[in-house]
Design a protein around this ligand. Sequence first.
Ligand code: DC
Length: 219
Amino acid sequence: MIIAIDGHSSCGKSTIAKALAKKLNFTYVDTGAMYRAVTLFCLQNSLITNDVVDETALESRLHEVQISFVKNADVQETYLNGVNVEREIRSMTVAQHVSTVSKIGFVRAFLVKKQQEYGENASVVMDGRDIGTKVFPNADYKFFVTASAEIRAQRRYDELMQKEGKANYEEILENLKQRDYADSTRKESPLKQADDAILVDTSNMTREGQLEWILNKIQ
Ligand code: DC
C-alpha cells in the first residue's frame, strides 16, 4: 500500500507521515530529505555559486550520491555516502539552496526513480511535493497538507529554537514564502494538490488531532 502525503514547506507533513508509518508499521520515506541531501552534496563540492548550480558537473557526479535512511534510537536519520547528515540537511544554508537544486530535471528523475523503488518493495508512507501527482499517481491514499505561512514559520521557529537554541522568525517566514513560490511555479513537477487528494489544513489542529483525522479517513 502507498500513502502519499504532499504539501507546503514546514506544514507538519513529515510529523504526520512518521506517526502514520509507525502506527501502520509501514516504511517512512522523507523525499524532502533526499533533495536536501543532493543540495548538501552540491555545497560540499562547491557546485553552487551565487545560487546557480553547475549542472554539467552535478550531472556527471550524481552517481556519487548515495542516500540512505537509518533508524537510530527510534528516529529515522538521513545518510549521505555513509555519513549521518540529518542535522546538516536541516540547516538554513541547505534550505536556502534546496529549491534551486530541486527544480533541475535530471535531479528529479534520479530521485523519483529511487522513490519508486522504495514503493515496489514495501508498504510506504511517503511525504514530499509530487508524490500523489508524479511519483505514485495511483497511490492508495493521497493527502495534501497545508497551514498558514505564519503558523508554519512559528512551528519551524519553535523546532529550531529547541534543537539549536537560536532562530530568526522573519528569516524563516521569508524562506518559507520563497520556497512555496519556487515549488509551486517551477516547470518540473510543481507542487500542486492532486485532483483526488484529500486536503488537510493543520492550522488549528494538534499533532494528535492530525493523525486521528487522517487515520479516520483511511479506516
Ligand atoms: O519537505 P522539505 O521542506 O524537507 O523539502 C525540501 C525541499 O525539497 C522543498 O523546498 C522542495 C523540495 N522537494 C521537492 O521538490 N519534491 C519533493 N518530493 C520533496 C521536496
